[in-house]
Design a binder for this molecule. Structure first.
Ligand SMILES: [Zn+2]
Length: 464
């Protein structure tokens, strides 16, 4: 059977390391040509991209679809959440498969495969969340990395029931380093946070804003210092998820200046939203209850600078939506509010509109943070995160001039509010290709249910 050949003509192609005006040819699921002057007569479909930017499909390495949390589930399924991702130009997600205490990692992986398979419409992989390092867990790691294509793992320094002790973190990092595995870390210092929560509740301070006040930025810094010390002992180069504060960034800078390598990720909410959203209105505040919490506005410039100067490598979303009804469970006690925000759909457009157009990031830095660096760190490059011959034809045709106003009224996430409601931005994903298939065309979904493929990943790589 002859494969369809699609020519994207004369667009401005942006990769992490270069910008060029050229033609892109897609055949089947792959990019087969990037260069000047491809003959139209050799193509079945020709799309004029001359006024457009072409980005590699976005890769969001931090999502939580259908995550069981606080007695409920995050409100996007793999089906709804991955469709929202595609609408926003993200063609691959890495979600967190969470071990149950006492259970095996393989059980967690099977559970998450079951949730995603036949449902997801974008490509996907999983990090394995390790919450209980019982005797057989370490012996599962070689099989997960070498056979199952799961090369990244996650551990927590917060939440008493699931956090790992220092010695366990050391064992885990050491086992992963031996096999090209990477440990991602939620860095907040859990025990002092629990003390703060208890003290606030005892004092009758129950309003949602006390969630944030229980989790000060300095406890992100101390957790990063803690995990870096362990990583140094075993020669691991870990990955800090959702860095939220200038305090945390300063610690990373210090660690890097001492010659130790540590990867870091931040999220749009820490770059664009701030603690002033924790108002007297309990429901409004509950919308923004997430961990780590939003910080003072003054931290944002530091985080942008961290991205610009290479201390932070990745922008992911930590997409974990709960409806207002779900959030309302904790209006009278902040500790009962399920933590998280919707965001998977907004990342690329927000980071273009607020990051590139407001001069925080160059176009190439933007593509690096949302696509190339995640692909490299998590073992998918150059299959993903790259516009070049041989790569998967995951491409966003982006209109850099179209204006839009973000709103829950027209987003595709299964959540009845938007964290960015009313925000005006310039730039819009116009057409989205996933493995050569046009899946989104001017806001209309053309994708078939379950089209997403599980991506078996290679060993993780450090990008220093
Ligand atoms: Zn998360």
């Amino acid at each position: 059977m002859k494969m369809t050949r699609t020519l994207l003509k004369n667009g401005t192609i942006v990769n992490f390391d270069r910008t060029e005006r050229a033609d892109v040819v897609i055949e089947g699921e792959k990019i087969v040509f990037v260069g000047a002057g491809y003959p139209e007569e050799n193509s079945d479909v020709v799309i004029d991209a001359s006024q457009k930017l072409l980005f590699p499909g976005g890769i969001d390495v931090h999502t939580h679809m259908e995550l069981p949390l606080a007695g409920t589930f995050s409100h996007d399924t793999f089906s709804s959440g991955s469709l929202a991702a595609l609408h926003g130009g993200t063609t691959t997600i890495i979600d967190f498969a969470m071990q149950s205490p006492g259970g095996s990692l393989k059980q967690a992986l099977d559970t998450w495969h079951h949730k995603a398979s036949g449902q997801a419409v974008c490509d996907y992989s999983f990090h394995l969340g390790v919450v209980d390092l019982h005797a057989s867990v370490l012996s599962e790691i070689p099989n997960l990395i070498e056979r199952e294509g799961i090369s990244s793992f996650k551990a927590f320094t917060a939440y008493r029931d699931i956090m790992l002790s220092g010695p366990d973190l050391k064992l885990l990092m050491s086992a992963l380093s031996d096999r090209g595995g990477l440990l991602c870390l939620h860095c907040e210092d859990g025990l002092p946070i629990e003390k703060n929560i208890k003290a606030n509740i005892a004092a009758g301070k129950l309003h949602p804003r006390f969630h944030a006040l229980s989790r000060p930025a300095d406890l992100e810094r101390t957790a990063i210092a803690h995990i870096a010390k362990i990583a140094k002992e075993v020669g691991h180069q870990p990955y800090v998820v959702h860095l939220s504060s200038a305090d945390g960034l300063r610690e990373i800078e210090k660690i890097r200046n001492e010659g130790q390598f540590i990867h870091a990720e931040t999220c749009p909410q820490y770059l664009l939203l701030d603690e002033s959203l924790y108002t007297e209105n309990a429901l409004e505040s509950a919308k923004f209850v997430l961990s780590p919490p939003l910080r003072p506005k003054s931290h944002q410039n530091d985080l942008w600078r961290g991205l610009k100067n290479g201390l932070i490598h990745v922008i992911a979303t930590d997409h974990c939506p709960f409806t207002l009804k779900q959030k309302s469970r904790g209006l009278a006690d902040f500790s009962k509010i399920p933590n998280g925000l919707p965001g998977v759909e907004n990342r690329m457009e927000l980071m273009y509109g607020k990051g590139v157009l407001e001069s925080h990031l160059s176009l190439n830095q933007f593509v690096d943070a949302i696509a190339a660096a995640p692909a490299k760190i998590f073992g998918m490059f150059p299959q993903k995160g790259n516009i070049g011959p041989g790569s998967d034809a995951d491409i966003v045709i982006f209109d850099p001039t179209q204006k839009q106003v973000i709103s829950a009224a027209h987003h595709h996430m299964n959540c009845d509010y938007s964290a960015y409601e009313g925000m005006e931005i310039t730039g819009r994903c116009e057409k989205v290709f996933l493995r050569g298939h046009l899946v989104i065309d001017k806001g209309v979904s053309l994708v078939k249910e379950g089209f997403g493929s599980f991506i078996k990943r290679k060993a993780c790589a450090n990008i220093f």
